[in-house]
Design a protein around this ligand. Structure first.
Ligand code: NAD
Ligand code: LMR
Length: 328
């Protein structure tokens, strides 16, 4: 059994955290032999609710959970953390786009970037879930200059899981047989879910599913799935978001198996002609806790046009976020 690591979950009194904390504390992210100290950050008015969450974590009697620290102080929450799940932010309501949350939420990620910079381990792995996730991750990294940019990521794993589920259902096959679907770009309605490199039972998805579906309903269903969940539940996705956050950090921590790639929002290095310094979802492979963008995949003119649209949106979000953070 290894020494405990410190892991922070923000928005810990909220609905995603309620599902996520169970998965983490049960050893399903960092492994069944990794002891954990969980620090739970929320805002002062939520401390009462958070106390109830702490009681439940204790009552779960998780063998790996050595300590739980609820707090409203980022300096306490981020102290020496090895992994950070940044969930805490306002969710959208019906009729909103995720970028409508930008002005309210981006300031949270400025403060938390500064707190990570001052208190976290320098090799901390950061996952931003709070929306608009890509741009929040960019801002967080910007305000944490002492931590490598590669350590800041945004969640598009939920979109990837949604894409896999759509293809598995269409083909009537087990989801574990569906691999290498890619989410390009922003976690928003401009993202491009791409099946061109996907396989199902080892065969190309493009040989099994009509192109007319892959270029239309498949794309829009995944792009708009978050809104569909909100319309039905009157609240945004929580169980599936928690599962995706756990999948994202588990793969980052333990690596991806050979020949399988996963989608993560990462700071662009210019791959595939995407401008540097926006957080863009790419296919990545992970080894020794380092992700690498999968290179050399073919993009046809349809795919390229979709990437252009989502890139444009991310550049606009970046400009707006910087203006908010600079008080303009
Ligand atoms: P929620 O309202 O249930 O919980 C959010 C929690 O964050 C609340 O307890 C709130 O008090 C807390 N919070 C607010 N400001 C904070 C701050 N400065 N520091 C710490 N905590 C703070 O919302 P939720 O359903 O858990 O969703 C959280 C976020 O995740 C939303 O922005 C939502 O849109 C986003 N989300 C992203 C994805 C994705 O795929 N990237 C998926 C689902 C939801
Ligand atoms: C999702 O994709 O479910 C989340 O980003 C929540 C939302 O606002 O759609």
């Amino acid at each position: 059994m290894s020494e405990p690591i410190r892991v922070v979950v923000t928005g810990a009194a909220g609905q995603i955290a309620y599902s996520l904390l169970y998965i983490i504390a049960n050893g399903e992210v960092f492994g069944k032999d990794q002891k954990l100290v969980l620090t739970l950050l929320d805002i002062p008015p939520m401390m009462g609710v958070l106390e109830g969450v702490v009681m439940e974590l204790h009552d779960c009697a998780f063998p790996l959970l050595t300590e739980v620290i609820p707090t409203a102080d980022p300096a306490v929450a981020f102290k020496d953390v090895s992994a950070a799940f940044l969930v805490g932010a306002m969710p959208r309501r019906e009729g909103m786009e995720r970028k409508d949350l930008l002005s309210a939420n981006v300031k949270i990620f400025k403060v938390q970037g500064e707190a990570l910079n001052n208190h976290a381990k320098k090799d901390v792995k950061v996952l931003v879930v709070g929306n608009p996730a890509n741009t929040n991750a960019l801002i967080c990294s910007h305000f944490a200059p002492s931590i490598p940019k590669e350590n800041f990521t945004a969640m598009t794993r939920l979109d990837q899981n949604r894409a896999r589920a759509q293809i598995a259902q269409r083909l009537g096959t087990d989801i574990s047989n569906v691999k290498n679907l890619i989410i390009w770009g922003n976690h928003s309605a401009t993202q491009y879910p791409d099946a061109a490199n996907g396989t199902a039972n080892g065969k190309p998805v493009t040989d099994l599913v009509e192109a007319s579906y892959l270029q239309s309903d498949f794309v829009t269903t995944v792009q708009k799935r978050g809104a569909a969940v909100i319309a039905a539940r009157k609240m945004s996705s929580a169980m599936s978001a928690a599962k995706a956050a756990a999948d994202h950090i588990r793969d980052w921590w333990h690596g991806t198996e050979s020949g399988r790639f996963v989608s993560m929002g990462v700071v662009s290095d210019g791959s595939y002609g995407i401008p540097k310094d926006i957080v863009f979802s790419f296919p990545v492979e992970i080894k020794n806790k380092q992700w690498k963008i999968v290179q050399g995949l073919k993009l046809d003119s349809f795919a390229r046009s979709k990437l252009d649209i989502t890139t444009k949106e991310l550049l606009e979000e970046k400009e707006e976020a910087m203006a908010v953070c600079n008080g303009n």
